[in-house]
Design a protein around this ligand. Sequence first.
Ligand SMILES: [Zn+2]
Length: 178
Amino acid sequence: MSNFDELLRNNARFAATGAKDRVPAIPFLPNKQVYILTCIDPRVDPAQLFGLELGDAIVARTVGGRVTPAVLQDLAWICYLHEQKTPDADWFEFAVMHHTDCGSGFFADDDLRHGFAARGFDDAELAALAVLDPAVTVPDDVEKVLAAPAVTAGLRVSGFAYDVKTGLVTTVVPPRSR
Ligand SMILES: [Zn+2]
């Protein structure tokens, strides 16, 4: 018995549909030409919020939707692939989306954070991950992406905030490139 048993039964039904065939081929560009970074919070699933179907978007998720070195490496890799494999195709857009009531806010709790840092993590780096106000952290993370040398200079990057109470996504940083 596993918590995944039901999911695997759902998957068998999915595999029997034609959905898997209506996707782009490798080297692929997502159907909607978007790449979204957001929080791992299960209330913040981009497929649900934006009405995305299979193959529509590249989605990266971290605690808080924060831009980390791993996020930048993945984005740089996709940029590089785009340049090498599909140089004549239109570019996708990248967006950072943070949300209200984010669990990453617990990183701002000194006692709680110190206890976790003692497990082998850098206290200051952890403190910087807290999303207390998306209007503040989204512009910071958009800047990190725009400043990353390995990310293609012309890539358009924007920033959004999702309100878990209203279900609405608002623009914090309109799309721009380096
Ligand atoms: Zn969150």
